[in-house]
Write a protein that binds this ligand. Structure first.
Ligand SMILES: Nc1nc2c(ncn2[C@@H]2O[C@H](COP(=O)(O)OP(=O)(O)O)[C@@H](O)[C@H]2O)c(=O)[nH]1
Ligand SMILES: [Mg+2]
Length: 255
């Protein structure tokens, strides 16, 4: 039987924090009364990320690790994880646990097929804010995204999102953006397909060690946003997940 919750953790050169993160995920989820699994997706990490992920997957069957080369970006890793992992609910969680894993209960409580963590809401609890410039840049970016892609969603970019199984497969099988633009791509597709999205205030603490390179990733994301606007029709015409096939030359390791 499928576990109740599956956690997809994209990880690029995360050796510093991954051990602590996976230990915390296990500690918290083991204390809950539902079954769970977790998948680390690394693409082209050059540090000890995969050996940490493999150590967990070899000693605990709830964990698995997936790796491919070369590096393609967070969007590709999240999409790959969402398509590979099997659980009734699929949670995207960043490897830095900026949103603590226990916040997943708030997303479950929303009782929505898609529930996304959100930082700018009045009730959100930002324990540590992002640096001022990044926060302002994020707001300006979100203003543009709301106009071009996801009207009404205040925070598309938070790395903490819960999808019901079939909806995750349907949405991510139509996604194509490899970089950070995957967030608004997935939400725009979900919106167009008529899936309800609940935006939920969460506890969140900015963590040092961001992988975002503002100029490089910012310009790539704006390019992806414009391209998405021009190609959204084709994304929606793609067949749903049951017909989707996977053919990359990657490998998954489970114990
Ligand atoms: N597999 C993979 N994960 C990535 C990549 N870029 C970022 N990530 C992961 O995405 C998550 C968010 O990255 P982070 O640097 O914390 O972004 P920020 O919190 O928005 O500054 C982390 O778990 C990263 O390891 C990538 O190219 N490949
Ligand atoms: Mg982060």
């Amino acid at each position: 039987m499928r576990p109740h919750l599956g956690v997809v953790i994209p990880a690029f050169n995360e050796e510093v924090r991954l051990d602590k993160t996976l230990s915390r995920v296990r500690e918290y989820l083991d204390a809950q009364d539902y079954t769970w699994c977790a998948l680390v997706v690394s693409d082209g990490s050059t540090d000890g990320t995969m050996s940490i992920a493999k150590r967990f997957s070899e000693s605990d069957s709830r964990f698995s690790a997936h790796e491919y080369f070369p590096n393609r970006g967070k969007g590709c890793a999240v999409r790959t994880g969402m398509m590979l992992l099997e659980a009734d609910w699929l949670l995207l969680s960043d490897a830095d646990l900026a949103a603590p894993i226990e916040e997943v209960e708030k997303l479950f409580d929303a009782k929505s097929p898609i529930a996304i963590g959100s930082r700018p809401l009045k009730e959100s609890n930002l324990e540590v804010r992002q640096p001022k410039l990044r926060e302002m840049g994020g707001r300006a970016f979100n203003w543009i995204v709301q106009r071009l892609a996801t009207k009404g969603i205040k925070d598309t970019q938070c790395g903490f999102k819960l999808f019901e199984h079939d909806i995750a497969k349907d949405v991510f099988s139509r996604c194509e953006i490899d970089g950070y633009g995957y967030d608004f791509e997935a939400l725009m597709i979900a919106n167009k397909l008529g899936y309800a999205i609940a935006e939920i205030p969460i506890r969140w603490a900015h963590q040092e060690g961001s992988k975002v390179r503002v100029l490089r990733d910012g310009s790539r994301t704006v390019y992806d946003l414009i391209k998405l606007r021009l190609t959204i029709g084709r994304r929606l015409k793609k067949p749903g997940y049951s017909e989707a096939t996977s053919n990359d030359s990657s490998r998954t390791m489970t114990s």
